[in-house]
Design a protein around this ligand. Structure first.
Ligand code: PLP
Length: 438
C-alpha cells in the first residue's frame, strides 16, 4: 500500500531536521501530514490533531487559509522572484519593509530580508560587527548571548546559542561568542567589565526564550540591559523570531518591557509559515550611520533576500493578524491557557511551575511540587508521545536537566479548542501519573 511505501521512502531518503535519527530511522514518520485547517492538522491515515505548537511556533494565523494561497498565486504568476541585489527592487519587498517600519517598536525602521531566523541572526551579528568597523572600532567584535538561548543553526546562530548541546554538535564553534546567565543583568555587566567593552559588539536576547523552555525574564531585566548596553556602547539586539507578530499578546515581545533594541531579528510569524521569510530590522540612527560611513559594497546578501512572493504573503499575513485582532486574541486566549494550566496543576501532582506570556506557555514536570525535584528520566517526552496519540501535538524540553512541556497554539485558537487541549493534557497526565506513581 502507498502509505507504507511513503513511510519506507521517508526512512530511506529524507534526513529530518532536528530528529532522533536512529529512532526515526527505525520507526519511520509518526505523521505524514496532508491537510491543515485552523488549529488542526490531518495526516494520511485520517488522524486529526491539534497543532499545539503552531508547528514550529510559527503558524500564527492557523492552517489552510485560502487567501494566503490566492495572494501567493497572484504574485507568483506576475513575478515570483527577482534579485534585490544592489539597486534592484520589487514592490512587495518595498511595501513590506515600509509596513514593518510602521509596526516595529520605536525607531526600528529599515529591514534586511532573509529566508528564515538562522539567516536573520547571522545577518544581525555580521551587521553589528561591520557597524563597529565602520565606526573605527574594529576590535568590537564579540557577541554576548544568554544561557538557555536558541538563535538558529547556521554557524553564527549555533555559536550564539546558549543551549550547549547545539554547540557541541560539531565541537567547533565560531570565535567571539560568549554567554551570561539568562536572567541576570548584573552577570552581563560583569562579563562586559571582565572582557572589556572595547571588545564587545552586541548583546543578543530573545524577549521570551522559546526553544530553551519558555523562560520569561524578570520585569526589570530588559530595562537594566538597555541601560547597561547604552553605558558601555554595546548594541542591543533582540531575537523576535518566535515572539514577533503577536505570539506573546503584543506585536513584538520586547514591548512588554518598554525598551527598544538597536536591531531586531524576525522570521516565523511574519508569514505564519506560508512562505520562507525572515529579516533584521535596524534603528533609523544606525541605518543613517551605515549610509554615511559606508564607502564600499555591503557584502552581505542572500539570493532570496526580498523574495517577492514571500513578501507578498507576509503582507497578507500581517493584514489578517490586524483585521482579525489576533494580537488581542493571543493575550485573551493566553489568559485562558494559563488558567487551564493552573487547573491542571491543582489536579496533577507531577505538575510544578506553569507559566505563559500570551500564547507561549510551559508546564514543568516534577516528582515533588514542594521541593521541585525532577524525575531521573524526564517524563515530558513520554507525555508528548501520549498526547499525540490522543490528538494534541506539544513539545518537550529536556536541555539543562529540564523536564518541561512547551505549548504555543495558533493565535486563532478559541476557548473551546483550548478546553479540548486541556482535556487531552489532563487525560495524558492522569495516565502517566498512574504509570509513575500507581
Ligand atoms: N531564533 C529563534 C529565537 C528561534 O526560535 C529560531 C527557530 O526556532 C531561530 C532563531 C532559527 O530560525 P530558523 O529555524 O527559521 O532558521
Amino acid at each position: 500500500n502507498w502509505i507504507k511505501e511513503l513511510e519506507e521512502l521517508d526512512k530511506k531518503h529524507f534526513i529530518h531536521p532536528t530528529s532522533p535519527i536512529k529512532q526515526q530511522q527505525q520507526a519511520g514518520p509518526s505523521f505524514i501530514f496532508t491537510k491543515g485547517e485552523g488549529v488542526y492538522l490531518e495526516d494520511l491515515k485520517g488522524n486529526r490533531v491539534i497543532d499545539g505548537m503552531s508547528s514550529l511556533w510559527n503558524v500564527n494565523i492557523g492552517h489552510g487559509r485560502e487567501e494566503m494561497g490566492e495572494v501567493a498565486k497572484e504574485q507568483m504568476s506576475k513575478l515570483a522572484y527577482s534579485s534585490c541585489f544592489a539597486t534592484f527592487s520589487n514592490e512587495p519587498a518595498i511595501r513590506l519593509a515600509a509596513k514593518l517600519a510602521e509596526v516595529a517598536p520605536g525607531n526600528l525602521s529599515a529591514t534586511f530580508f532573509t529566508s528564515g531566523g538562522s539567516e536573520a541572526n547571522d545577518t544581525a551579528y555580521k551587521l553589528a560587527r561591520h557597524y563597529w568597523i565602520l565606526k573605527g572600532k574594529p576590535n568590537k567584535q564579540k557577541i554576548i548571548t544568554r544561557t538557555k538561548s536558541y538563535h538558529g543553526v547556521a554557524l553564527g546562530g549555533t555559536s550564539a546559542t546558549g543551549l550547549q548541546p547545539f554547540r557541541e554538535f560539531t565541537n567547533s564553534i565560531a570565535p567571539d561568542f560568549d554567554y551570561v546567565d539568562h536572567f541576570s543583568s548584573e552577570a552581563l555587566r560583569r562579563k562586559i567589565e571582565e572582557e572589556g567593552p572595547e571588545k564587545i559588539a552586541a548583546f543578543v536576547a530573545e524577549p521570551v526564550q522559546g526553544a530553551g523552555g519558555v523562560h520569561i525574564a524578570p520585569e526589570e531585566y530588559f530595562k537594566e540591559v538597555r541601560v547597561i548596553c547604552d553605558q558601555y556602547d554595546i548594541l542591543f539586539i533582540t531575537d523576535e523570531v518566535i515572539t514577533g507578530f503577536g505570539r506573546t499578546g503584543t506585536y513584538f515581545g520586547i514591548e512588554h518591557y518598554g525598551v527598544v533594541p538597536d536591531m531586531m531579528c524576525f522570521a516565523k510569524g511574519v508569514t505564519s509559515g506560508y512562505a520562507q521569510l525572515g529579516g533584521v530590522m535596524m534603528s533609523d540612527q544606525m541605518y543613517e550611520e551605515f549610509k554615511e560611513l559606508s564607502t564600499g559594497t555591503l557584502l552581505h546578501g542572500y539570493t532570496y533576500s526580498g523574495h517577492a512572493m514571500a513578501c507578498s504573503v507576509a503582507l497578507k499575513n500581517l493584514e489578517i493578524i490586524e483585521k482579525e485582532q489576533l494580537i488581542t486574541r493571543a493575550k485573551e486566549m493566553g489568559g485562558e491557557m494559563l488558567a487551564g494550566f493552573k487547573e491542571l496543576q491543582r489536579k496533577h501532582s507531577i505538575i510544578g511551575e506553569v507559566r505563559a506570556l500570551g500564547l507561549m506557555g510551559a508546564i514543568e514536570i516534577v516528582k515533588d511540587q514542594n521541593s521541585k525535584e525532577r524525575y531521573q528520566t524526564a517524563l515530558a517526552p513520554i507525555i508528548v508521545t501520549e498526547a499525540a496519540k490522543r490528538g494534541l501535538v506539544v513539545r518537550s524540553v529536556v536541555f539543562d536537566s529540564q523536564d518541561t512541556l512547551v505549548i504555543a497554539p495558533p493565535l486563532i485558537i478559541n476557548k473551546k479548542e483550548i478546553e479540548e487541549m486541556m482535556t487531552i493534557l489532563s487525560n495524558t497526565f492522569a495516565e502517566v501519573e498512574l504509570k509513575m506513581i500507581g
